[in-house]
Ligand binder design. Structure first.
Ligand SMILES: Cc1cc2nc3c(=O)[nH]c(=O)nc-3n(C[C@H](O)[C@H](O)[C@H](O)COP(=O)(O)OP(=O)(O)OC[C@H]3O[C@@H](n4cnc5c(N)ncnc54)[C@H](O)[C@@H]3O)c2cc1C
Length: 227
């Protein structure tokens, strides 16, 4: 289980080796990175082979959820998964190729996900997914049908074995290289939302919600797991 402000890895498997000083294992750090990352990757073993797929995720407390088709291998293959989510904050240019780097925040978590089967929990989780991206939008929509709920599978992974890694700051050139005459420094990276493009059926006067990537996704899913 993640401890508050824990600096101890939850397992030897999840212990950072290289650049371990960039690591963290506390709940607050791991939660914040998961909330800031727009999507994650799920790695799992299918028919003995590794498969890694991108998918959107959301979080309640110490659980991270993802969803998809009720026929999806990603959701229904039993067994352990590895979840990864990261945010690229900047390119870091140095005076040697060796010292080039990036500023980032990332999370890796291991565990066996649980299929969310309770109908009330499932509906609340579907709402939570949308609430994270577009707060208040669920209430404006046609309610989901039973068939739509049935066609959706949701799984939940407890963050019991997770690690975070972060890099921030300038490039790390060796002192003897800093006078080398090439530009070095940090190129910040931001994801910017474009202008909305309404579909032809939008009723006049309706306005689009703000795009989630226009403001940082730094929030957990606001609704409770079970309505
Ligand atoms: C956007 C991005 C780009 C990167 N580019 C490179 C690159 O080009 N080259 C490179 O060598 N590394 C890169 N990294 C770092 C990379 O993810 C690994 O941390 C690094 O390669 C160390 O690997 P290792 O063999 O020590 O990991 P391992 O010894 O296999 O890791 C041990 C454990 O540490 C934890 N861990 C390792 N890495 C991370 C991580 N990033 N976030 C959270 N937990 C982690 C996991 O729990 C893992 O099981 C990048 C990271 C990010 C986020």
């Amino acid at each position: 289980m993640l401890g508050p402000m824990s600096t101890t890895p939850p397992s030897d498997f999840a212990r950072l080796r290289r650049k371990h000083q960039r690591g963290a294992y506390d709940r607050e750090t791991i939660h914040a990175i998961l909330d800031a990352a727009p999507f994650c990757h799920i790695g799992h073993i299918v028919e003995g082979r590794p498969v890694v797929l991108p998918t959107f995720h959301w979080r309640y407390g110490d659980e991270v959820l993802w969803h998809g088709s009720a026929k999806s291998r990603m959701l229904l293959t039993p067994g352990e998964v590895c979840l990864e989510a990261s945010v690229l904050d900047a390119w870091v240019l140095a005076r040697t190729s060796f010292n080039h780097s990036a500023n980032y925040r990332s999370v890796v978590a291991f565990g066996v996900p649980r299929l969310v089967e309770d109908p009330a929990e499932k509906l609340a989780a579907m709402k939570g997914f949308l609430d994270r991206l577009f707060p208040g939008r669920w209430e404006t929509l046609r309610p989901p049908t039973e068939q739509e709920i049935k066609a959706t599978a949701i799984v939940s992974l407890r963050l019991d074995e997770a690690s975070a890694k972060m890099r921030a700051g300038p490039s790390g050139d060796n002192p003897e290289d800093v006078s080398w005459p090439t530009w070095a420094g940090v190129l910040p990276v931001h994801t910017v939302a474009g202008a909305p493009e309404p579909d032809p059926h939008v009723t006049a006067g309706l306005v689009p919600p703000p795009a989630p990537l226009a403001s940082p996704l730094a929030r957990p899913a606001p609704s409770p797991r079970v309505a």
